[in-house]
Design a protein around this ligand. Structure first.
Ligand code: MN
Length: 268
C-alpha cells in the first residue's frame, strides 16, 4: 500500500514522471491504460482506488471477446498524477521508454466493496473510456503466483464482446492523438508539460467544480479532457490558448474579474 515502492524505483530528478502523493478518495474514480514501449511493449492497466492507481502490466493488451484472458502482472501502486503522464522515460531510468495515454475514463465496481474484492483476488468492474466501454474482471492466479514468487493475475473480458481495437486506434493517444513514434520524437517535451497545463486549465474552468462543490483531482480532469476530445494536439492553438490562460490566472488568482477575463479568452 502507499507509494513507497513507486518512489524507491525512481529518481525524480532524472525522469519526467510525477513524484505524486496519496490523495483523498473520490466519488468518481478514474482508470487509465498507458501503452508503454519499455524493454518489452506492454499496456499498464490502472484503476483508481484508495487515492492511488492500482496497477497491472498487461503484455498482450486488453481482451475484447468475452472469455478471453490476458496475463496481468500486479505492479506497484502509482500516484493519481500518473494518469496524464505521456512522454519519454529517459534511458537509465526504471521503465525507460515511450509512454502513451492509450485510454482513460471512469470505472465502476460491480461489487459493493471493491477494496475487499481486490484483496480477495477477484474484482469485476465496468470501464467507461474513449476506446473501452464494458465489463472486465481481474482474477489473481494464486497457485501460479506462489510458485513463481510474483503476483500474477488474469484480465478477463466479461459481459459482452466489444469491437476489436483497430491498428490505427491502438496507436493513438486519447490525450494528444499522437502515435507512439510521434511521442518518441518529442524528446524536448518530457512529460508533455503543455498538455498537462492545458488539462489543469480545463479543470479549473470547468463547471464541475461548482456542481460538486469541490476541486476534482487533476487526474480526474484528464478523462474529462479526453472525453471531450478537445485536446487534439498539445501544440494546437486551443492548447496554446489554454496555456496562456493558465499562466494569466496564476498571476491573478482569486480575482473574479481576472478569472472571467481568462475564461473569455480561452473560449474565444
Ligand atoms: Mn509499464
Amino acid at each position: 500500500m502507499g507509494l513507497q515502492r513507486y518512489k524507491q524505483k525512481r529518481n525524480f530528478s532524472r525522469t519526467p514522471e510525477p513524484a505524486g502523493k496519496v490523495e483523498k478518495r473520490k466519488a468518481v474514480q478514474m482508470f487509465v491504460i498507458q501503452k508503454h514501449d519499455a524493454t518489452r511493449l506492454h499496456y499498464d492497466f490502472r484503476l483508481e482506488m484508495d487515492g492511488v492507481l492500482k496497477s497491472w502490466a498487461v503484455p498482450k493488451g486488453i481482451p475484447t471477446t468475452r472469455g478471453d484472458k490476458r496475463l496481468a502482472a500486479h505492479v506497484e501502486d502509482h500516484p493519481l498524477d500518473y494518469g496524464d503522464f505521456e512522454g519519454i522515460i529517459p534511458e537509465g531510468n526504471y521503465g525507460a521508454g515511450t509512454v502513451m495515454v492509450w485510454d482513460t475514463g471512469t470505472w465502476e465496481p460491480r461489487e459493493d466493496d471493491p477494496v475487499k474484492a481486490l484483496n480477495d483476488g477477484k474484482i469485476k468492474f465496468t470501464l467507461h473510456g474513449k476506446k473501452l466501454e464494458g465489463d472486465w474482471t481481474l482474477v489473481r492466479m494464486r497457485a501460479r503466483s506462489e510458485q513463481r514468487g510474483k503476483d500474477e493475475w488474469l484480465l478477463i473480458k466479461s459481459g459482452e464482446d466489444i469491437k476489436p481495437i483497430s491498428a490505427k486506434k491502438d496507436d493513438e493517444s486519447v490525450l494528444t492523438h499522437r502515435t507512439m513514434k510521434q511521442i518518441a520524437r518529442s524528446k524536448r517535451e518530457p512529460g508533455n508539460p503543455l498538455a498537462k497545463r492545458a488539462v489543469r486549465r480545463i479543470h479549473s474552468s470547468s463547471g464541475s467544480r461548482r456542481r460538486h462543490g469541490a476541486r476534482l483531482s487533476r487526474a480526474a480532469a484528464v478523462w474529462k479532457c479526453a472525453n471531450h476530445g478537445k485536446l487534439k494536439d498539445a501544440q494546437s492553438p486551443f492548447a496554446v490558448r489554454l496555456k496562456t490562460a493558465a499562466l494569466q490566472s496564476r498571476n491573478t488568482r482569486h480575482s473574479t474579474t481576472a478569472r472571467r477575463k481568462t475564461r473569455t479568452s480561452s473560449s474565444r
